[in-house]
Ligand binder design. Structure first.
Ligand SMILES: CC(C)(COP(=O)(O)OP(=O)(O)OC[C@H]1O[C@@H](n2cnc3c(N)ncnc32)[C@H](O)[C@@H]1OP(=O)(O)O)[C@@H](O)C(=O)NCCC(=O)NCCS
Length: 229
């Protein structure tokens, strides 16, 4: 079973943008036209959320943790802790000091961007750092964006996803998004079709009941659900 990550969801801040753009390029394509994070940061019709680690992690801290944990593993004393696992999976090494430069420090695990258009909250992008996927971060961002949309007064949440993006479809279906149409050749890179997905009205008691239940399941599974938006 995957271990939980100590991440919280909050609004994007200027200092997050470089990391968010790197995650965006990794998830979509190096040639992807980046979202206007900086321009729209204070636009009240846009909502950018990030999932970030609780503490700023410097490479030195990661390397120090890694050293301790590698030694402990060798001594068979205790299992590696979270930071050494994350650092290890990201390629930080404590053996020769050649990897783990300042550039590799990070505290952002993923982001979601939402546009409010009339009664719709439209997810334009959601992505998690590749090495951290499958550990509840994407779902936490989706919960955060739904909460923000409900608070904003949106009636439904919508998005487009590649027809082949089975993982994203599954995540959205869990939150009751349904396919309502196809946009032919929507993606310019390979002319892949997009499926249009939408929730039922999110401002109803029925949806709020389901949403509350999903949030409590999330919390029991991952041990925390920190969202401040
Ligand atoms: C889609 C994405 C954001 C999901 O983030 P994640 O942190 O890996 O997802 P989570 O661990 O929170 O999982 C949430 C749900 O997604 C689905 N999911 C995640 N990984 C999956 C996998 N390997 N296989 C099938 N379903 C999967 C499941 O429904 C899962 O819920 P469950 O654990 O109860 O089954 C992530 O895969 C990503 O960044 N992909 C690249 C960018 C992208 O495609 N964005 C979507 C554009 S529409």
């Amino acid at each position: 079973m995957q271990q939980p990550l100590p991440v919280s969801v909050r609004r994007l801040q200027s200092e997050d943008i470089d990391q968010v753009v790197a995650i965006e390029k990794e998830a979509f394509s190096p040639l992807w036209v980046s979202s206007p994070f900086r321009r729209d940061q204070n636009n009240n019709r846009a909502c950018y959320l990030v999932a970030c680690f609780d503490e700023e992690i410097s490479p030195e801290e990661i390397l120090a943790e890694n050293d301790l944990d590698q030694q402990a593993e060798l001594d068979n004393e205790r299992p590696p802790n979270l930071w050494s696992r994350v650092a290890g999976r990201l390629g930080f090494s404590s053996n020769n000091g050649e990897t783990g430069s300042a550039d590799e420090a990070f505290n952002i695990a993923g982001y979601v961007s939402v546009w409010y258009q009339g009664e719709e909250a439209h997810i334009t992008e959601i992505a998690v750092k590749e090495t951290l996927r499958g550990r509840g971060v994407g779902e936490l961002l989706l919960i955060g964006s739904l909460k923000a949309a409900i608070e904003y007064g949106s009636k439904v949440m919508t998005l487009e996803a590649r027809v082949s993006n089975f993982i994203a479809h599954r995540m959205y279906q869990k939150y009751s998004f349904k396919s309502v149409g196809i946009r032919k050749a929507y993606y310019s890179d390979n002319r892949e079709d997009a499926v249009i997905m939408t929730t039922s009205p999110i401002d109803t008691e029925e949806y709020q009941g389901l949403f509350t239940e999903l949030q409590s399941t999330y919390k029991s599974r991952w041990g925390r659900m920190d969202i401040e938006c």
